[in-house]
Design a binder for this molecule. Sequence first.
Ligand SMILES: [Zn+2]
Length: 378
Amino acid sequence: MTGPTALAPPGPSPDPRVGPPAMPEPGEVARRLGISEEAARLARDCEVVDLHVDTFIPPRLWGYDPLRRHGAALAGRWFFGHLDLYRIFEGGLGGAMWSITTNPIRGRRGRWRAFQRNLAGLRALVDRSGGWMRVARDATEYREARAAGAHAVLISVQGGNALDGAPEGAASIPDDAVVRVTLVHLTDSGLGATSSPLGLLRRDKRLTPAGRDLVRRLDERRIFVDLAHAHERTFWDAVDAHDRSLPLVATHTGVVGARPHWRNLDDRQLEAIADTGGTVGIIFSEQFLRRPGGPRDGRMVVEHMEHAIRVAGEDSVSVGSDYDGAITPPRDLRGGECYPRLVQHMLDAGWGHERIAKVLGGNFLRCLAALRPGRGGT
Ligand SMILES: [Zn+2]
């Protein structure tokens, strides 16, 4: 197996007659990425789960096929082209929350129809993978997917207003397929307010009654309530409306303690999520991570993780890259083949193996088992 080449034409689609590939041997990964064999072995032996990938956006926009091998980041490392199925296996990414992002410009009914179409489209993509990917709706299905050697796809929604036009709200989601809903995205909606400067609609920045109702319904359906992108008033209202016995998540975010920014969570917010037994996925977007005079590579991600660990403890921090979500990752984390390099940065920062295993995937899988154990129980 050869490494991805910049600007190489897309390679073949997966061959269903051949089972999912294993991650390359640690020596090979170490050589390719210029990291230690210890880091490569840890990346292989730990379960790596990414709490937010937007790799379903480019297929919707211009027909990018994530099942084929692409050169490392189509347009350099900027915005898109970070992940494809081959690089998912090369980087040892066991599972990820694949997001279906809501287009806020559509009307209420149109959003719900578009969501249903996109859900079917994402499922069709998984079906075309020839068994290399499998949808996992709960912890049992996650384990089954991984036992079959497949990459586990946890279907998620970014922008809870996708459900506004659904006859029964979250209960209308076909087949209980969605494991997480991010309440708001980059604009204010009928549910609440975004932290983004594009939030122009809701002057009070509060979660609306419809937003409170959605939080309660998500809890009822045991769907993760995701507070990434929420304005802090909407955030705190959602914490208040939420059943605190269930884990909250913020799937892709930086932290204010490492870099003050409107997109990042402050210490009290990190504590509130940890108090529910939940976890916070640290984003790979250098726009939100980089501090003046700080590192310019993947150490930025580790700095944000370390601050979150100091505040919230090492059981409440995870990986949430936002690959393919129009972000620019640090140069040495430019795509899915680079997760083992993040492990090297963790080792370089003096992290023990146990902490690394928790942050790479253990913490999130604990939350998944608590919220959605599936028929296998916890
Ligand atoms: Zn996002």
